[in-house]
Ligand binder design. Structure first.
Ligand code: DGY
Length: 324
């Protein structure tokens, strides 16, 4: 079986594929492939290991011979799953292994926002470390605050554990279904979306990007958040509306924001958010630790190897392809 890989991925994944006797080709240029380039490369391939590429209907129709698409991510919003399923192409992802690292990033952003950390660091770089002012640049303490988790799955649970452990935060969450583990372990309480907005001192977003969550955090929603609260998004940039977020911050409807995801990505270097005191932005590094990226590469490789062995991939997004 021939495997085409859209980015340089960790050795751990490559080794597994090689040991399984698969032939590999990798895109090594430091730019996103065009759709045509990807189609062209996939003529040779039976399996695609994809990181950071949009796999739309046109690509999928042109590549319907693929026996598996293994994503190097847990999110699959950049793949037209409906078309892949219709074409009977199994799509695999990498759930579970990046929960801790992504929650660490959400926690880091929450802390950075609460203490204006990124902004204060920039002031040193700009030569603005002036004389000591006891009343200037004061941050917020998080002890005993309420954390509102929008989408309490594996990553949300890890973030909630960190907040409970470090600051004894009360945990509330909004989900389609109850998370019994979070309720039993952390005393988390399922609330309506309106209550989540009203009660939370920090709202942290850990849901997938779907038609329901696309643009969910708009000005009307920010206005309903508790005055002085903090908004954190490490899920997908499209879940908040950026111009509305800027207005909410400027109007003081919310106090601060921490983002690991933006729309578009990359964010332009002159984006207003980058210059606001109570805002911290990172370039989508949620899963960027050595251990996590190795684990993701291994899971993606395991999905491909299963198909090469005539088995079902262990981490499937569209299991219904096997019952069509
Ligand atoms: C994921 O796995 O979905 C992360 O956001 C990295 O893209």
């Amino acid at each position: 079986m021939n495997v085409f890989i859209t980015r340089v991925i960790p050795e751990s994944g490559l080794r597994l594929l090689e040991e399984a006797g698969l032939k590999i080709r990798q895109w090594t240029q430091k730019r996103k492939m065009t759709r045509d380039e990807l189609i062209e490369e996939c003529y040779w391939a039976d399996a695609l290991l994809s990181a950071g590429q949009q796999l739309d209907q046109e690509f999928l129709e042109a590549s319907k011979h693929l026996k598996i698409i293994a994503l190097h991510s847990v999110g699959y919003d950049n793949v037209d799953i409906k078309t892949a399923t219709r074409l009977k192409i199994p799509v695999g992802n990498t759930p579970g292994v990046l929960s801790g690292a992504t929650a660490d990033t959400a926690f880091l952003l929450m802390m950075a926002v609460a203490r204006n950390a990124f902004y204060m660091n920039r002031r040193i770089i700009n030569g603005e470390w002036g004389f000591f002012e006891p009343t200037a640049n004061l941050g917020k303490e998080l002890n005993g605050c309420t954390l509102g988790v929008f989408g309490l799955g594996k990553i949300g649970l890890e973030m909630a554990k960190r907040c409970k452990g470090a600051f004894g935060m009360k945990i509330i969450y909004h989900n389609r279904s109850r998370n019994i583990e979070a309720e039993q372990e952390l005393g988390a309480e399922l609330v309506s979306f309106e209550e989540l907005l009203k009660q939370s001192d920090v709202i942290t977003v850990h849901t997938a990007l779907t038609p329901e969550t696309d643009g969910k955090f708009d000005l009307e929603v920010f206005k309903q958040m508790k005055p002085g609260s903090i908004f954190i998004n490490t899920a997908r940039g499209k879940i908040h509306q950026e111009t509305d977020l800027i207005e909410a911050l400027e109007s003081g409807f919310i106090w601060g924001a921490g983002l690991d995801v933006t729309s578009p990505e990359p964010m332009r270097p002159d984006n207003k958010l980058l210059f606001m005191p109570n805002v911290a932005v990172l370039p989508h590094i949620g899963s960027a630790t050595e251990g996590t990226r190795n684990a993701m590469a291994k899971l993606a490789a395991e999905n491909i190897i299963a198909v090469a062995n005539g088995e079902r991939p262990p981490f499937l997004v569209n299991p219904e392809v096997y019952s069509l």
